[in-house]
Design a protein around this ligand. Sequence first.
Ligand SMILES: Cc1cc2nc3c(=O)[nH]c(=O)nc-3n(C[C@H](O)[C@H](O)[C@H](O)COP(=O)(O)O)c2cc1C
Length: 208
Amino acid sequence: MATLLHIDSSPLYGRSVSRQLTGAFVAQWKLSHRDGTVIHRDLNATAISPITAEWAEAAYTPEEGRTSQQKELLAVSDVLLAELEQADEYVIGVPMHNFGVPSVLKLWIDQIARVGRTFSYGSGAPKGLLTGKKATFIIATGGIYDAQTQMSSFNFVEPYLRSVFGFLGVTDATFLTTGGTAALNQGQDRDAFLAPHLQAVQSHAQAI
Ligand SMILES: Cc1cc2nc3c(=O)[nH]c(=O)nc-3n(C[C@H](O)[C@H](O)[C@H](O)COP(=O)(O)O)c2cc1C
């Protein structure tokens, strides 16, 4: 039975483009996985603390040597990691904020990049431990950052996500980007604007 982990990170909820598109992905996915399970992790409704020195020390202490206080410090991370490990597929909604990923998504990444759980340095070289997973990143950006445009070097969203998830072992990753959403604030019709992006997301969800 397939399990999909659905992650959202836009604070805009009903007005969010990435949330609308991840919602369409999930609806399509459910149609082709009638017995599947969906786990929804809303990062704007999840309290995640920034990394502290004590957290880092706990994460680098071998499991069998951790104190109960260290185990407590890693409790949120353990819950988030269990969701990632349980799922076979991920769909992650990502609004561009200040040319990068939103802070709630970065806080989550800091919790799930864990030595011995999602990566190891066993043989000297780093090894990703989240293998056999398929990820779809649904990105929304106010401007346009296509490869041939003047602004392409300002896009730290896709290169960052590709690198960090690749490092963790998730190499089967698809990036679907809706650029130019600022037009929606300038009177562009939302349904007409989103139609081709909804189509692309639904086709991809059907194909995987
Ligand atoms: C705090 C904040 C920062 C933003 N920074 C950028 C930016 O650096 N570049 C850009 O093109 N758009 C930027 N935007 C616009 C968003 O990328 C755009 O509204 C996109 O649709 C967000 O996805 P969402 O609709 O799912 O929230 C920003 C929006 C917010 C709220």
